[in-house]
Write a protein that binds this ligand. Sequence first.
Ligand code: XIL
Length: 320
Amino acid sequence: MLFSSQTFLGLAVLSSLVVSMSILDGNTISDTSITNVLKTEFGAITAEYSWKWPRIQSTQGVFDFNASDSVLNWAVANGKLIRGHTLVWHQNIPQWVDAVTDKPTLTSIIQTHINVVVGRYRGKVYAWDVVNEVFEEDGNFRNSVFYRVLQEDFIDIAFRAARAADPAAKLYIGEYNLDYAGPKIDALLALVSRLQARGVPIDGIGSQSHLTLGNTAAVPAQLQRLALTNLDIAVTELDIRIPKSVDATKLAAQQTAYASVTRACLSIPKCVGITVWGVSDRYSWVDTTLPAFDSPLAWDDDYRKKAAYNGIEYALDNEL
Ligand code: XIL
């Protein structure tokens, strides 16, 4: 089991105990091989796609919560926490949002989306990824419609709207490639200081941690840097992809890498959770998005536990 009964008790009071989480969505919710693993091994879930903007409000003012509600209902029925993912993201943005060129219109569109979505799930969501992936690798803001029209203000607008819509939810900024020293993590940390100085209601940093085997050594040090902000820290989308082709040596190295990332979070008091971005390799986004890599998760294509599972479990069982 990837969370102890003691940790599970912690979930009920939303303490800062580490919880392990995974993702679920329309493609996996009816696969009992997946849901049985989620029921027994994980304390919380994130929707992989169905809570994203185009799935909920593809046409302005027309909200469709069918798919997102089924994930929420599954979580509630099975006593799992849910992380809301994600509100303002440059990817999968409906054309009617992408086409906006003036500040008042875009401000109101962001506020409406957040009011309606976060408001619907008020009191039911443990944490929201309010803004996601705002930086380029060089530390410049990404040229999204949000930044083009509103500059950095879009971040303040989004966080303030989310806090107003659900004062109890933890509000996160999410980003990938915070796992290495460099301009991206520097820019993220500088942004967080500015947000804190302006009194923007931010509670956490989500480090996605889509990692490549052989390139995970800097993770503990970078997580510690994130924790110096005094915000909650979470690993929100962990997977460790293997450069093809996969063999036993690489799978053993993946076990060590999973153990070390898990231990890195456990050793930081402000690190409150680890979400793996999927259960079985069968459904991982890596297959389609990063085809030079394979086998990123802790269960294989046939739902068998991999060495990676033992790595996570060993780290959780031997918390220092
Ligand atoms: C990915 C999902 O896994 C895919 O199924 C979907 O088609 C696209 O999004 N960073 C994120 C996640 O914040 O939302 C992405 O998830 C993976 C990268």
